[in-house]
Design a protein around this ligand. Structure first.
Ligand SMILES: *Cc1c(COP(=O)(O)O)cnc(C)c1O
Length: 427
């Protein structure tokens, strides 16, 4: 009897198959070859018929050369750090693709001379916050704070309330970040109460700046008090306000969330914020404020190490100038609309164990703790959670007791059809 393994097509032959050769042009030969070898092994083990090798390879090829998989965020957490925070708007995605090749990020097309890097994104940010004398963009908010410490407080003290010594996440703490820049922290007040007098008593010739940090991922309630930005402005030293979430102007649904315009109007010298939280853009650190101070930050040698790439600049400008980004749409969607979408999904599923339930979504991502966003979800048996996570696209829901909830607030309306298919495949 002939050995059936003899019939398994050789690697070169599989790679030469036109559809597979085409995939190798997109994914890279090594990646495709490793899939071919995996399928050959399965064929040798008798799991795949030799005649099916090419089809099996095509079925197993990833969609892109990056291992990052697209996901549907049905967790109900609008800004989900583990899912990459803000999903970009279509306008921002288009801008990314356009800037992916050679682009005029630092080039004046009219004169052919070098131009200011990222001037379009910076102008858009400045236009969005007219109260800022100047703006700058760095890698993230942590980088923005680092740059402030490096440029404004080397070997000096940063005065900060004990109630605002924040751990951002994954073990990273703002106090450690600032000290790593060679500044010393001067902690004032107590965990629950800090007054303006606590700050004034600590300010002296060794002060670099006063730092006000928005407690964006926790709440201190009860017998509490803090000094407002307005009270800390005009103490004779710069006031840096880390507002966290990147709201540029007040948002009616988030009355307790600080925003850049109000902080600047209240007297902050520099405001720092993230680009990929409530602003809904790419990961970035925004610096807005006094023109002279911002210029000092821009000119510091470390600014070069913290600068953003052209893709970030492209996506940020499109987020600022383009239509409302998905984060804002998710935040502002009415419950009635979400419920209608959940009902349509449940009807289309024709699954006796799928039903619409009320849900409570959250802002997340270190923003607006305690804010509850009423929402609607498709409720499925808990076993769906793992199957959905490992499907394509991967879907992340939320398991509550023995149910898997797919919260519609964080699912973009144009993703409903994909979500439906993903659930059906797990059925
Ligand atoms: C999220 C957050 C940070 C960290 O911002 P990144 O952009 O992740 O570096 C710093 N401070 C506050 C108050 C935050 O909410």
């Amino acid at each position: 009897m002939p050995d059936p393994r003899r019939a398994i097509p050789r690697t070169d032959a599989v790679l030469a198959e036109p559809r597979i050769a085409k995939a190798a042009g997109v994914l890279g030969r090594d990646l495709v070859k490793s899939v071919v070898n995996g399928v050959q092994q399965a064929a040798r083990a008798g799991e795949i018929a030799p005649a099916d090798v090419v089809d099996a390879v095509l079925a197993r090829l990833p969609a892109s050369a990056s291992s990052l998989r697209p996901m549907v965020n049905a967790t109900g957490v609008v800004v989900h750090t583990n899912l990459g925070r803000a999903p970009l708007s279509a306008a921002a995605l288009d801008a990314l693709v356009a800037a992916g090749g050679a682009t005029d990020v630092e080039f004046d097309l009219a004169t052919g001379d070098r131009a200011r890097r990222g001037r379009g994104a910076l102008a858009a940010l400045k236009a969005a916050v007219p109260d800022a004398g100047a703006v700058h963009v760095v890698n993230n908010n942590a980088a923005a704070l680092l740059l402030c410490a490096l440029a404004l407080a080397p070997g000096r003290e940063i005065v900060v309330s004990r109630g605002e010594l924040v751990e951002i996440g994954d073990g990273f703490r703002i106090p450690d970040l600032l000290e790593s820049a060679g500044a010393r922290l001067r902690e004032v007040g107590t965990t629950n109460r800090t007054s303006v007098r606590d700050y004034t008593a600590a300010i002296g010739p060794g002060t670099g700046f006063v730092l006000k940090v928005h407690p964006s991922n926790y709440q201190v309630t009860g017998f509490t008090s803090e000094a407002a930005i307005g009270e800390l402005a005009g103490l004779g030293v710069p006031l840096v306000a880390d507002i966290g979430s990147g709201l540029l102007a007040p948002h009616p649904l988030l009355p307790d969330e600080p925003d850049a315009a109000s902080a600047l109007r209240a007297g902050a010298t520099v405001v720092t914020a993230s680009g990929d939280k409530l602003l809904g853009g790419p990961q970035a650190g925004l610096l807005l404020g006094d023109a002279v101070v911002v210029e000092r930050l821009q000119r510091h040698p470390a600014a070069r190490a913290l600068r953003v790439d052209k893709l970030t600049l492209a996506a940020l400008e499109a987020t600022l100038r383009g239509p409302e980004p998905p984060v804002r749409a998710a935040l502002e969607a009415s419950v009635a609309t979400l419920r209608r979408r959940a009902e349509a999904l449940v009807r289309a599923l024709e699954n006796a164990d799928a039903r619409v339930v009320g849900s409570v979504a959250a802002v997340g991502g270190g923003g607006a703790p305690g804010v509850e966003l009423p929402s609607a979800a498709v409720s499925l048996p808990a076993r769906y959670a793992a199957a959905l996570r490992t499907g394509d696209p991967a879907v992340a829901g939320r398991v509550v007791k023995d149910r898997c909830l797919l919260d519609l607030r964080t699912v973009r309306p144009e993703e409903d059809a994909k979500l439906l298919e993903a659930v059906r495949r797990c059925g």
